[in-house]
Design a binder for this molecule. Sequence first.
Ligand code: BG6
Length: 509
Amino acid sequence: MATAVTTPPDHQSAPFSEAAGPCAMVLFGASGDLTKRKLAPALFNLAKVSLLPKNFAILGVAIEQLGDEQFRTQVSSFLPAEDRDTEAWDWFQQRLYYQCGDFADPGTYSTVASRLSQLDQQYQTEGNYLFYLATSPKFFASIIEKLGITELSQQQNGRWRRVIIEKPFGHDYDSARALNRQIKAVLAENQIYRIDHYLGKETVQNILVFRFDNSIFEPIWNRRYIDHVQITNAETVGVEQRGGYFDTAGTLRDMVPNHVMQLLSLIAMESPVSFHADAVRNEQAKVLHAMQPLASEDVLQCSLRGQYAEGFVGDERVPAYRTEPGVSSESRTETFVALKLDIDNWRWVGVPFYLRTGKRLAKRHTEIAIQFKKTPFVLFRNAPVHKHSNQLVIQIQPVEGISLSFGAKIPGPILRVGSVDMSFEYSKYFGAAAYTGYEVLLYDCMIGDATLFQRADMVEAGWSVVDPVLDVWKALPPRRFPNYAAGTWGPKECDDLLQRDGREWRKIE
Ligand code: BG6
């Protein structure tokens, strides 16, 4: 992540620093859904703010039969209409090229190699290549193996070769380790950029700034002052067109070892000694390793799974998970997960982290709530008190901001205490941002900054927390699925997870 100190009000026009150095990008999966929804808009957003390299070209690779011109037309259809008639688009589209090819065919890679040599000459990209694997995970290892065989992965004479790998990275601890082994047989760790798009979100990156660029929070950021932490990641969408993938994965695999663990590690990590990639990631890895994988006998007590039945999300009637396209009518795959996890280190021992994430919930909402302890002595115990507590809430989406709630005297002749908020909203302070979240990740990879990417040990640590739950759940299939109606906050037993500890989930309005 490039750093620059900016102050309002002109922060919008200069979000990063300077254009990346020369390179060509090969986009495997160029006509897929990710390219359409995120990568093409993100690359074009970078072009608009002149952060793509001046010497740059993109070679899309996919199985569809397209020529360069058709690819340009396709990419333009992925962008908002108002962007297509601009100078930036003219510049960008001239650099778009396409190669039809089967990822499993070695011939594809020799063709890619010769097209890259042409692009090197045409655009002076200096033999620096960024390969983006926006493909099904079943191709990850074999694409990388073939990049090795054709020497496309070889860094020599000052030229770099980097590979961005999408999620899911493995489907459990063993498969993630095996995949790491396979790709490390070809690539050095510093060539591998394992992406987690949550790290591209402004508010997620802001956790680091909030914690480590302010002196007032860190002294209270520990077990002496914090009672517990709640991470909520609620989606209103169902499985959309991804039923086939999702039914073999489930919410635990889909969301927890990656996105939720990223949020948790940023909240719980120690201060890094510098803002270099490995300094930051060392601290994230340490805290992930300090998370106690649940013992099998504790799994049922500390975890909960759910699957949605039909229901209403807002005014819209939506179908049950089991009737979604691509999903088995007897599916036992979970679409909701809640977990209670502990971190065994000096800072956090005794502070539970409660996590919940699910699809077809009542509201789209991602937040991290830090619940502080009660005052040691209740001075106003005889005053009519609206229940209040000190809670710091970091809102990730859709509203992006931070709020702190505390008790205040309600005006009037009688002493009454109420709960009030101090809050900061990104859009009010900085204006609405039109970014997808992938811009910073693509740019960082081009400049060789891996801070916002996952290292092998972090991915494996995430899976090692999830694995025992997967094992117990597999051995003891759910008895009562579906167990929540779409449009609610998940199975009602989810409340028990906290009530047993004398706590409750934060109400999300
Ligand atoms: C993806 C998951 O990684 O993240 C999806 O595979 C999920 O199932 C998505 O919907 C959530 O991302 P966001 O940015 O919408 O919170």
